[in-house]
Ligand binder design. Structure first.
Ligand code: NAD
Ligand SMILES: O=C(O)C(=O)C[C@@H](O)[C@H](O)[C@H](O)COP(=O)(O)O
Ligand code: ZN
Length: 357
């Protein structure tokens, strides 16, 4: 089966295909002696397989298991991993490999960014969301009690290996959650993604769907093009945060029991409604958001009794400047603009539009 390479500027490639482990040693860097493979509990066998294959190639290979999903993105788990690296004597020529979903790649990337002020990391994403988004672009981080991804660093990987076979074991709800970030790329930059999903929404929800590979590669291309121009989110990169101001607030209010992609789905409808109320988006495009996300089985409403908590969480969004709340909105498909300091009445009215009883 074919392999695709999508370059992120001149920095590194995101490789999409099947059985890509042979590429891993070449990405680890010359002189690398020790490698720590970080994987979640659910992928114990896969993580051990990667460790063994590196051991067989002559590396001093270690594996560390971390909790599944968002429970891994804590200071305690990061401290556990710093301990593992310290005990094994990892130096600046050694490396970290993440094998898992976005929670694992965010955590492992952060640990690599902070160990000795930065060692090499290679991501082997195993969820749809991590392939198209989390493993690409160098945003790493953990959560704190006050909010999502509040501690982190920009630390691009040396490479990203997306083995499509790993998606076969991914639970359906996690697969579908990843589609929210694919659709996000469609709305902000690549309308063909929206056309493909609209033509066959059921097919899009299956790992063997006819357009899955194209959807994945198009979404990666959108992200790669953006981060190659603005790694540290001075301006353009904010478009990748479409739907996240409200989405991250939902995740925090739900204490991370809600999947990231599901929260972003609601967040995109929220911000579309906000844009409509602010006179920036027409009714048809708002309804297109609802129709596409609903057809994929993603949520587009949220409970209606959490406004003070949601607003409080939104104020800590990284796009905020002082007390100014800032949103990425669309004037049309592929035309992201900023909405700064919207009237508080509009913020709450948009919430009413996505609230269910
Ligand atoms: N850094 C970024 O740019 C960026 C972008 C998007 C999202 N994120 C972050 O990514 C996280 C969400 O990532 P996610 O949706 O991949 O979820 P996740 O990492 O929480 O994984 C979901 C679940 O699936 C399990 N799993 C992973 N791969 C599997 C497989 N192949 N088979 C069976 N089970 C598997 C995991 O152990 C976990 O329980 C959030 O923390 C979000 O903030 C980061
Ligand atoms: O890569 C980016 O930039 C993004 O915003 C992609 C998002 O999908 C992702 O969830 C990211 O982790 C959000 O970052 P944050 O800066 O809002 O914490
Ligand atoms: Zn996201």
């Amino acid at each position: 089966m074919s392999t695709t390479r999508i370059s992120v500027g001149d920095d590194y490639d995101v490789v999409v295909g099947h059985g890509l482990l042979d590429e891993l040693p070449g990405l680890l860097g010359e002189g690398t002696q020790r490698v720590l493979v970080i994987h979640p509990r659910a992928l114990a066998a896969t993580g051990e397989g990667v460790r063994e294959s590196l051991g067989a190639k002559g590396f001093e290979a270690y594996a560390a298991e971390v909790p599944d999903a968002e429970e891994a993105k804590t200071a305690q788990v990061a401290a556990f991993l710093w301990g593992v690296l310290g005990q094994a004597g990892f130096t600046r020529t050694d490396a970290v490999v993440s094998v898992g979903g976005g929670a694992t790649t965010d955590l492992a990337g952060f640990v690599a960014a902070t160990w000795l002020r930065g060692i090499r990391v290679v991501h082997v994403p195993t969820t749809l969301l991590a392939m198209v988004d989390a493993a690409v672009g160098g945003k790493t981080g953990i959560n704190t009690a006050e909010g999502k991804n509040l501690v982190g660093a920009f630390h691009p990987p040396a490479g990203v290996l997306c083995d499509l076979a790993t998606l076969e074991t991914l639970p359906r709800h996690d697969f579908v959650a990843g589609l929210a970030e694919v659709v996000k790329c469609g709305f902000i930059a690549d309308p063909v993604i929206l056309d493909l999903v609209e033509a066959d929404p059921e097919g899009a929800t299956r790992p063997d769907g006819p357009h899955l590979r194209e959807l994945i590669e198009r979404a990666i291309q959108v992200k790669a093009d953006v981060v190659a121009q603005d790694l540290k989110e001075a301006d353009l990169r904010e478009i990748l945060n479409y739907g996240h101001t409200f989405g991250h607030a939902v995740e925090q209010v739900e204490r991370y029991a809600f999947r990231h992609g599901a929260a972003v789905s609601i967040g995109m409808v929220y911000v579309a409604e906000l844009a409509r109320l602010a006179g920036r988006m027409d009714d048809a495009l708002v309804e297109r958001h609802r129709a596409i996300l609903t057809a994929l089985g993603l949520p587009v409403t949220y409970r209606g009794d959490r406004w003070p908590q949601l607003l409080d969480a939104m104020k800590r969004d990284k796009k905020s400047r002082g007390s100014l709340l800032r949103f990425v909105v669309l004037s049309d498909v592929g035309r992201p603009v900023r909405l700064e300091g919207p009237d508080p009445a509009l913020l709450q009215a948009a919430y009413a539009e996505v609230s269910r009883d």
